[in-house]
Design a binder for this molecule. Sequence first.
Ligand code: NAG
Length: 182
Amino acid sequence: MSFSATALLASVTLFDGSSCYNADIRRPMATLKDAAARKSILATIRLVVPAGAARPAPPVGPALGFYRLNLMAFCKDFNARTQKYKAETPMQVTLTAYKDSTFEFVVKSPSVSWFLKKAAGIETASTRPSHVNVSSLTLRHVYEIAKLKQADPFCKHISLEALCKSIIGTANSMGIAIVKDL
Ligand SMILES: *[C@@H]1O[C@H](CO)[C@@H](O)[C@H](O)[C@H]1NC(C)=O
């Protein structure tokens, strides 16, 4: 699968950063307790689904079918939420199934190292990052990845600057140099 830096930039430019679609995981405990009292949880299902491409086939079909959840509703909602990501981006889904056959889910994008490798067009990180840089990316790439990560659960209250610093740290630990311009 080829995934050039240009393609990544093209895809992330479409992302306006305005839609924080994930459930607010920082709601007060009281609210969580109320929710638990209202609905009893049947199962928690973890799946990896390509962005914009959920369809009623494995792995999604059997997993949701087993708990008698509305498969088409999931596919439609998931595809709408993930359309801003480049096709094939492996999104991590955590789905909570309730006993009344309803469900909720949160979507998390792949790891920072996944995005860095795709942007740099490399399959593996440097085996000796302190001695050999295998690739370089610009601050612009870092910023675009930070904007995507900010849409993840647990990340939306972290500043772009803090996310960028952490991404640069990850890049350096993988032997990817971050430069101003290529
Ligand atoms: C790798 O790139 C970083 C800049 O991100 C630089 O500080 C470091 O010296 C480089 N390492 C090597 C071995 O060239």
